[in-house]
Design a protein around this ligand. Sequence first.
Ligand code: BES
Ligand code: MN
Ligand code: ZN
Length: 536
Amino acid sequence: MTTLTVTTTPAASVAADWLVIGVARTPNGPVPAPGAATDAAFDGELPTLLTAFGATGAPGETLRLPGPAGTTGPLVLAVGLGPAPADREGYDAEALRRAAGEAARTLAGAGRIALALPTGTAEAVEAVALGALLGSYTFTAYVTTHPTPPVREVSVLVDDDLRTDAEAAVRRARVLAQEVNRARDLVNTPANDLYPESFAAAVVAAGQEHDVAVQVLDEHALAAGGHGGILGVGQGSARPPRLVRIAHTHPRATTTLAFVGKGITYDSGGISLKPVGANEIMKRDMSGAAAVLAAVLAAARLDLAVNVTGWLALAENMPSGSALRPGDVLRMYGGRTVEVLNTDAEGRLVLADALVRAAEERPDAIVDVATLTAAIRFGLGDHVFAVMGDDDTFRDRVLAAARDAGERAWPMPLPEELRGSLDSRVADIANYGARMGGGLVAGLFLREFVPAGTPWAHLDIAGPAFNEGGPHGHTPSGGTGCAVRTLVRLAAGAATGERPGPPATAVPATGTGGAAGVHPVPPLGDAHPARGTEDR
Ligand code: BES
Ligand code: MN
Ligand code: ZN
């Protein structure tokens, strides 16, 4: 993996193969973004040079430029940062991440690159470092030729007075990048090597390495506990299912979050088999579980003062003589029954067991993450994930976490009108309902398995979890590590006193529910609001 360090050497004298500078867009043309005295390195010639080479400052733009006249120093790569902000500290963190990622990716094969980007604050340093490390990711585990190696070494140039803060920021970025890249590796690993048992073994190994507690329920333990959803989905496969619990606990934690991930290591559709064209990249269907694992490990490694429990519902959805049949009725963990009308709607079945199980421990909030429906991809495309929930305050908190982390997310409703489409003639509920609004119907199904009063959000990451196209910014082709940064940001917020639930003090009704900021955030240590104990 690429190593990354901080240096206070000015751009003019840094030893590197490439010097990376930022270019911002203004109405009057491209301007060099501030960064480690790059102007001095170029004797004031940089604006002329940028214009001569046709730079525009557009995001994603990269231009190779000659070094300053008369020098034998590094070659120069100019990366676009988008519109110039009003002040030098105003660069958007995600724009910095993407530009740094673009640079690291473009310069793959290079030895040492120096990033002279606008790093006026620790937050900006963290963004540049994270973007560079995410952008240099490659998945070569199955390539036996000699692929271009990632950039060997990245130096982030910072001002002297920021050194200590910058080093701490880089340590955080390193952990986060390693965990996002762990999720990517898991998603990219094909299903012949990554199946429930091997996935669980990888969690156990990671837990040991980072001193995080892991419990694995195998098929026998799942049967003994009555986990009909996970067992039902897994029964058609030669690879038996698993439920994995991984927990980060902190002595000063006042909040416990539960993250639940869909971990279908391969989704063929089962007896409701997917057609050719829809099943080639179904190794991706464990992206939610991968994100949950990575987020819990990141929370532990960053020592966040919050308890975070991850639940990974792992199964392989296959057709066979022992497979679940359309029309079968499953008895889920907790006792409720589900008529399986479509075996391809399997994610909600494994999640139902895991949600009930997670809720038993009375967390302050539950977030599930899943590549749940094709329908949501038609609505939101492949760059934006959906956030649903029955508690507007908590849903908006998750959306704010996504925004702060630089991930694109959008709220989707849970319309009561669609709930009736899941009514079953023989069981408590069916796993298949209205086709129109299928992503919302899936959310309504999951809601049935969350106890009333527990703040809950459902993330449908079916689009952005896997990039079927070419790489861009810090996003590679293949597994993207979608939702890891959002979950970690949510945990970090909880660690600093953001309460997940409705405020303990009564607030006046706002009619249609709270927009972000309507409810005041109670101070750290407030009593939890009374919680309903019955399922709805
Ligand atoms: N894993 C799929 C959803 C999916 C499709 C994720 C494409 C990523 C890319 C899920 O299990 C599924 O098959 N959903 C069905 C549900 C339907 C049968 C109710 C769907 O969306 O078509
Ligand atoms: Mn499916
Ligand atoms: Zn699936």
